[in-house]
Ligand binder design. Structure first.
Ligand code: MG
Length: 120
């Protein structure tokens, strides 16, 4: 089973993602950017869902650090943002995020994007 690191500080949003994905993927959770980097290094997940607004270290910074690490830079990062703002997506892509989804999450689109990186 492929593994996904879910980085999301709001428990309700995290629980929703867990419910959607737990039957198909092995899940690892983090609630802030610093913990996300620790978990990514430990687990080397196959994909990361990265909220952007996070405590301790935001998702843009965490992704920049991940993508600068030769051991982790290959892991696809899908940014999650509550704001459909173009500037958020542009900043996310500039930080190295491979893809971008706006919240509330469209389940069909989420599954489609994950499958495009991990296969079905
Ligand atoms: Mg957040």
């Amino acid at each position: 089973m492929k593994s996904i690191l879910i980085v999301e500080d709001v428990e309700l949003n995290r629980d929703l993602l867990v419910q959607l994905l737990e039957d198909s993927y092995q899940l690892v959770l983090a609630a802030d950017g610093v913990t996300a980097l620790e978990r990514a290094a430990e687990v080397k997940p196959d994909l990361i869902l990265m909220d952007l607004s996070l405590p301790r270290m935001d998702g843009w910074e965490a992704t920049r650090i991940l993508k600068a690490d030769a051991a982790l830079s290959h892991i696809p990062v899908i940014a999650l943002s509550a704001h459909a703002m173009r500037s958020h997506e542009a900043r996310a892509r500039a930080s190295g995020c491979d893809d971008f989804l706006t919240k509330p999450i469209d389940e069909t689109l989420l599954f489609k994007k994950i499958a495009s990186y991990l296969g079905n």
